[in-house]
Design a protein around this ligand. Structure first.
Ligand code: MLC
Ligand code: AMP
Length: 525
């Protein structure tokens, strides 16, 4: 059962906890951008107050959603902090999303405010307005845009909005194997409890212990970059070295100035290709953390050999924030490559059988089954989808992750696969059902299957296999070109084959395992 992250009388607003952790010296550096800008703790406090005052002046309804699709910048992070501070609900959107995707998210979430880049305002603005959004602002990654122009006129003093543990802080959209994307509703308690656990578990060092410095190189519209990284640094009063875009050369160049790095496996693979990645470059580093997708044991081993550091792999989801982690403290055990470590303190994690006749029974040691979780970090449900929410929880309140794994005798958890049909490409989720839906609507296409195959850089990528209607001519490259105009770039399959038929089992179901096997060596190193 969940316990409150804060006492009933205290303000459960996540921002209040982050703000309370700012160092006493507000003139110290909170964020240094890789292109030479410095933001003090006072700057973060004042700027978030100004944007929060702007939001307050709009007199939005309680629980109003602030949808944001902007390029990464420190100001975009400040907008996130301001949204929490003012007590509204942050709704980040991947910058790769195109018209149809944005139209769905806006239509479904009905945000009161939309913030987009000025380059996209001409198409995002009308979509938002048509969906009833009252306020559209722009924000660019060069500190320009109408949001900052208006915020500049607002006071830099702001009282943090009073929030309860179960009030919503953010909605993150995740796709699904069937139907449209679902908005995972995360509360202040979900996010704060997770940040507090990770602060201890990963041994973040306070200012008095020399302080940590985090290299922030991930996008800030997903759990990893937005919550794990930003909350991790802020709740510890640690400085961030901020890169708007991941560039392996720049990250390697900044390692001597930092102590903590977080990345999806592709970031580690790309950094390993840099000759500058040496033991000497990493001498000041305390911790390298990986997650969001499986870290290959080869990458884990190569990293250890090259840098002398053992990557700490952890596992999480949009719906749950972080669930498990390899130990930081050697007293708790070694960091084991190929595993995602132990359930975090406060997280209950169990593996349940899906075998016929044993469905729902607890698996024994090393026995493979479905991973189910409970804890203060587990989300409040899918936005306006009570039925979907119900389906994804067990009768006794555990969330069904859709991941398949096992637990060994020492408690190390290994993820061996997924029961959900999902491809994780460079840390982004791609749902084959969504892509197949788009392909099947193209002229001349009878049906299609999209499968994930190994890729040296992205870990896994999609490959489309298409069947043409009798007499129709379909060109694989043309299919991909059409998809590119409609869908986020990371969702586009890397190859498309037009074949006479799809392999099927006796029940008539497409045998995706066979297709994966056929194409498994397309992108191997
Ligand atoms: C870019 N492309 C991708 C891709 N990213 N294709 C598949 N998968 C991806 N992830 C496309 C581009 O559109 C381009 O196509 C081509 O691949 C090459 O692009 P690139 O220049 O190499 O890509 P780049 O811009 O460098 O981006 C790669 C990346 C990025 C790895 C830096 O994908 C990234 O930041 N990934 C991190 C995702 C993340 O933060 N996930 C956390 C989710 S939270 P074309 O055709 O245009 O040339 C979560 C929970 C948890 O999962 O546990 O943390
Ligand atoms: P998302 O919906 O983007 O939050 O993605 C969550 C999914 O990413 C999880 O359900 C897992 O399938 C996967 N994932 C996250 N971390 C890991 C990891 N360390 N190893 C394997 N898969 C992971």
């Amino acid at each position: 059962m969940t316990t409150p992250a804060t006492s009933p009388s205290a303000n459960a607003n996540l921002f209040a906890a982050l703000r309370a952790a700012f160092p006493a010296d507000l003139d110290g550096i909170a964020v240094e951008t890789d292109d030479g800008l410095f933001y003090s703790w006072r700057d973060l406090d004042r700027a978030s107050a100004m944007v929060a005052n702007l939001l307050d002046a709009l007199e939005l309804e309680p629980g109003a959603r602030i949808a944001v699709q902007v390029e990464k910048s420190v100001e975009a992070m400040i907008l996130y902090l301001a949204t929490l501070r003012a007590g509204y609900v942050f709704l980040p959107l991947n910058t790769a999303y195109r018209g149809a995707e944005i139209e769905y998210f806006i239509g479904n979430a009905e945000p009161a405010v939309m913030v987009c880049s000025s380059a996209n305002a001409s198409w995002v603005g009308p979509i938002a307005t048509a969906a009833g959004t009252q306020h559209v602002f722009t924000l660019d990654d060069d500190r320009t845009g109408t949001l900052l122009e208006v915020a500049a006129l607002c006071s830099d003093q702001h009282t943090v909005a009073q929030k309860g543990d179960d009030d919503l802080a953010a909605i993150l959209y995740t796709s699904g194997t069937t139907g449209r994307s679902k908005g995972a509703m995360l509360t202040h308690r979900n996010l704060l409890s997770n940040a507090q656990v990770l602060k201890d578990y990963w041994g973040w060092r306070g200012v008095e212990e020399g302080g940590d410095v985090l290299i922030h190189a991930l996008p800030i519209f997903h759990v990893h970059g937005l919550f794990v990284a930003i909350h991790g640094a802020l709740i510890n009063g640690s400085k961030m070295i901020w890169l708007n875009r991941f560039d392996p050369k720049r990250v390697v160049a900044r390692l001597p100035d930092a102590t903590v790095f977080m990345g999806v496996p592709t970031l580690y693979v790309r950094m390993l290709a840099e000759p500058g990645l040496t033991k000497k470059a990493c001498a000041n580093m305390r911790l390298f953390i990986a997650g969001s997708a499986p870290l290959l044991i080869e990458t884990f081993g190569e990293w250890q050999a090259r840098t002398g550091h053992t990557i700490l792999e952890r596992y999480g989801m949009s719906e749950t924030a972080m669930l498990t982690s390899n130990p930081y403290n050697p007293v708790q055990g070694e960091r084991r490559g190929g595993t995602v470590g132990f359930a975090l303190p406060g997280v209950q994690l169990r593996v349940r059988s899906s075998e016929e006749g044993r469905e729902g029974l607890d698996c024994g040691t090393d026995e493979i089954g479905n991973i189910e979780v409970d804890g203060p970090n587990v989300f409040a449900g899918y936005w306006r989808m009570p039925e979907k929410t119900k389906e994804e929880f067990t009768a006794d309140g555990f969330f069904k992750t859709g991941d398949v794994g096992k637990i060994d005798g020492l408690g190390y958890i290994t993820i061996v696969g997924r029961s959900k049909d999902l491809i994780i490409s460079g840390g982004y989720n791609v749902y084959p059902a969504e892509i197949e839906g788009y392909i099947n609507e193209l002229p001349g296409v009878a049906e299609s299957a999209v499968v994930g195959v190994s890729h040296a850089d992205f870990g896994e990528v999609g490959v489309a296999i298409v069947i043409a209607k009798p007499g129709a001519q379909v060109d694989g490259d043309a299919v991909l070109a059409t998809l590119k105009a409609r869908l986020a770039n990371f969702k586009i399959p890397k190859r498309c084959f037009v074949v006479p038929e799809l392999p099927r089992n006796a029940m008539g179901k497409v045998q995706k395992a066979l297709l994966r096997e056929q194409h498994k060596d397309l992108f191997k190193r």
